[in-house]
Design a protein around this ligand. Structure first.
Ligand SMILES: *Cc1c(COP(=O)(O)O)cnc(C)c1O
Length: 467
């Protein structure tokens, strides 16, 4: 398996190099030169297998030849043994008033209660494995709108060879999310609150990666969803969910609460690998650049308006570039020019051919803050079930989307207790708090505050980095 950059001008690499590189040197994202395909007999066998077994089968071709199947299998076993549910990603049916054959795939039973753990628990182990094999270290810099930060910190704390610097937008992550990051006192973990939005944090990270000298000197590495290994790890639960709900030849649709487009991009890849997916539904809150693009064919940046689903408060979805690359027929030079133009003008008109492909695979829907609140309240009234606001965006979008046929699974991306204030405001009831979350309140926090300036953040990273 080889990997190429979406901008066509970086060296072709194998898995372990892509894992450590994060962003390609031409500013693009790494994608496989070809997708491995699974046979219908493989898909049939998945319904009898554990999550870890399916993951090993699905991911082996992506990591080959860097890592063999046995070593990968061991890391996968360890990663998913940290989950609090024996199915790892359990599936539940939604009430009939939302639609016949509608389900929730609960992706949030990992150590930090969001779907980010699914990929990051494995990523932390892959990093440690590869760094020890090379006898070297890295400085991981990441930006988080809330959940990536805690999941990355949990996955990397005390791991050999890693210093981790995590930027979050000050005051724009929930209390629980902040405490999950800032109460970890391992010496290799460094938290930074930036005076800005999540997009600003992401731009700061991109700026550090674009400075090739800085990047070399401090051996920068990435764990946000620009890292290919994360997208790959997320393909697995599309397979397990589909094979639990639908027959091996039956089509299924997925609705995905979307921010950086990593989760739903993994669904697209699962589909390219042979999983019979009917529709992939992009669900957005009022920061709906992708929904508007799906309708108009023009991707246009507007200001980010904070919402109750902060992980989706994004205008520039970094993984969308991976999709553009595929939909353009792998035209790296077009992607490079289009992204540069988008950066400078804030707008991009997608060619007809790209839009045609996009609409062949994807639908899109948006939910307002009022609809999200109503959805959380309705499901509690009828089922006594709590939804977190991100998942509620997805459920609300499929409730109103009448064109869907066959089974549909909504990706439940966070545990409701992580967003307890919003959930309680909508239902009048506090969702039960897991012990791990209750315990956060009595721990002291540690983080630094920095302005939204590249130089200030670079200075901090240079000091924290062991390189
Ligand atoms: C990260 C996150 C999302 C968005 O996922 P992307 O892969 O960035 O599209 C949605 N919901 C929750 C709870 C998240 O943590």
């Amino acid at each position: 398996m080889k990997y190429q950059s979406t901008r066509g001008e970086a060296p072709v690499l194998e898995f372990s190099d892509v894992l450590l590189a994060g962003l390609a040197v031409d500013g693009g994202l790494y994608v496989p030169t070809e997708f491995p395909t699974l046979k219908p007999s493989d898909l049939r066998s998945f319904s009898e297998m554990s999550y870890a077994e399916v993951a090993t089968k699905v991911l082996t071709p992506f990591v080959s030849p860097s890592i063999n199947s046995n070593e990968l299998g061991t890391m996968i076993e360890q990663s998913y043994s940290t989950f609090r549910h024996p199915d790892v990603v359990p599936v539940k049916q939604l009430p009939a008033e939302i639609g016949e054959d509608r389900y929730l795939a609960e992706l949030y039973w990992g150590p930090t209660f969001s779907f980010k753990d699914v990929a990051l628990q494995l990523l932390g182990r892959l990093f440690e494995y590869e760094l020890s094999r090379r006898d070297t270290g890295v400085t991981i810099v990441g930006a988080t709108s809330g959940d990536t930060g805690s999941a990355a910190i949990e996955a990397c704390k005390d791991r050999d060879g890693i210093e981790l610097i995590m930027l979050h937008p000050r005051g724009r992550v929930s209390d629980v999310q902040r405490r999950q990051m800032t109460t970890i006192t391992s010496p290799n973990i460094h938290n930074v609150a930036v005076d800005g939005t999540f997009d600003d944090c992401q731009d700061l990270v991109k700026a550090m990666f674009s400075d090739l000298q800085f990047r070399e000197r401090h051996k920068l590495a990435a764990v946000n969803s620009i890292n290919w290994a994360r997208v790959a790890a997320q393909t697995v639960y599309y397979f397990t969910t589909a094979t639990r709900i639908a027959g091996p030849n039956e089509q299924i649709s997925f609705c995905v609460p979307t921010g950086n487009f990593g989760n739903i991009q993994a669904g697209y890849i699962a589909s390219r690998m042979g999983l019979p997916i009917d529709r992939l539904i992009i669900a957005s809150n009022h920061n709906d650049i992708l929904t508007r693009t799906h309708v108009s064919g023009v991707m246009e940046i507007q200001d980010v308006e904070p919402s109750t689903s902060p992980a989706m408060d994004i205008q520039v979805s970094s993984n969308f570039e991976r999709l553009l690359f595929e939909l353009s027929g792998k035209d790296g030079l077009w992607v490079a020019a289009a992204m540069a133009d988008f950066r400078s003008t804030g707008s991009m008109k997608l060619p007809e051919s790209v839009m045609k492909h996009l609409r062949e695979w994807f639908d899109a829907g948006q939910a307002s803050e009022r609809e999200v609140e109503q959805e959380i309240s309705d499901l509690y009234e009828t089922q006594k079930e709590f939804l977190d606001p991100h998942t509620a965006v997805g459920v609300n979008v499929i409730r109103r989307m009448k064109s869907l046929n066959g089974p549909v699974a909504v990706m439940a991306t966070a545990h409701p207790a992580k967003f307890n204030t919003v959930v309680e405001a909508a239902t009048g009831m506090a969702p039960p708090q897991p012990d791990e979350i209750v315990a956060l309140k009595s721990r002291s926090e540690r983080y630094v505050n920095l302005p939204n300036e590249v130089s200030a953040v670079m200075d901090f990273v240079a000091t924290a980095s062991s390189q």
